[in-house]
Design a protein around this ligand. Structure first.
Ligand SMILES: [Ca+2]
Ligand SMILES: [Ca+2]
Length: 274
């Protein structure tokens, strides 16, 4: 009985430790454009499309109607060899002032965050015409929100990422790509709409003001309620003892109730990280 009581109290105080947060700027980001100057070390990244497409339908390497930006992060401190649940994820970039688009155009033609086919690029060695530059995938992890739009100062553009789409990509980066995670920024926005100035301009990691892109990921070892990095019988018991409750620390899928869905998460991940 003492064990049960200890586990019950554990579930109320230790659960919060199971969630961890990664937050960092990229290790490399580049402006992927035919005519770009100083593409690796520019302090401003630029993104546009042709009004219809965000990716150049004519090929991998963007033609003049398209400009992409690429970034990669090193997921330091997240051990490989286990599966993670992503609870929340967001990229935030900072638009320079003045924006070349009005708010409704930003809403109509959002900035998109997408996967990259590889992370084998660096600022140091970047070349537009290198044969194996990363391809930007079709999946849209997230789209920008214009909630902070203003014309008199730079503003933050949040890009919330779809957790279900992003979680497998995050796990592949940790477990199969040495912790390197790449993101491509693209948009359908056509510069012609405002006399050539209508496109996304946001600070890169090379900005001396530190306003580069920030990736934030709230995650946990999948099924691990106790926060010891291992999904085992202790986690199972805590879910069982809280079954039917709304204990947020035990509610693994965050739907407001501890039920069979959370129990299955523990069972499917039993032994994860142990
Ligand atoms: Ca555990
Ligand atoms: Ca639940």
């Amino acid at each position: 009985m003492r064990t049960l009581i200890s586990l019950l109290s554990l579930s109320f105080c230790l659960g919060a430790l199971a969630q961890q947060t990664y937050q960092a700027q990229p290790t490399d980001d580049v402006w992927y454009y035919d005519q770009s100057f100083n593409p690796g070390f520019t302090s401003i990244l630029r993104v546009w499309g042709d009004g219809t497409n965000a990716l150049d339908p004519n090929g991998v390497r963007p033609g003049l109607n398209f400009s992409y930006s690429l970034a990669k992060w090193r997921l330091n401190g997240i051990p490989a060899g286990r599966q993670y649940q992503v609870i929340r994820a967001q990229i935030t970039v900072n638009q320079t002032t003045p924006p070349g688009y009005i708010r409704s155009e930003g809403e109509q033609f959002p900035l998109e965050a997408r996967p990259l086919s590889n992370t084998n690029f660096s600022e140091q060695s970047w070349s537009y015409s290198a044969p194996n530059n990363p391809e930007i995938g079709a999946t849209i992890f997230g789209e920008s929100r214009m909630t902070n739009y203003r014309t008199d100062a730079p503003f933050a553009i949040p890009i919330p990422l779809n957790v279900e789409l992003f979680e497998p990509y995050f796990n592949a980066a940790v477990n199969q790509n040495n912790g390197e995670l790449g993101v491509g920024f693209v948009s359908r926005m056509d510069p012609g709409g405002q006399g050539g100035s209508r496109f996304y301009r946001f600070y890169s990691r090379n900005d001396t003001g530190g306003r580069g892109p920030v990736l934030q990921i709230v995650y946990r070892v999948a099924g691990d309620v106790t926060g010891d990095g291992c999904t085992d019988d202790a986690d199972l018991l805590i879910v069982l003892f809280n079954f039917g409750s709304n204990n947020a620390q035990v509610d693994l899928n965050g739907d407001g109730v501890v039920d069979d869905a959370d129990l299955l998460t523990v069972l499917f991940n039993f032994g994860n990280g142990c």
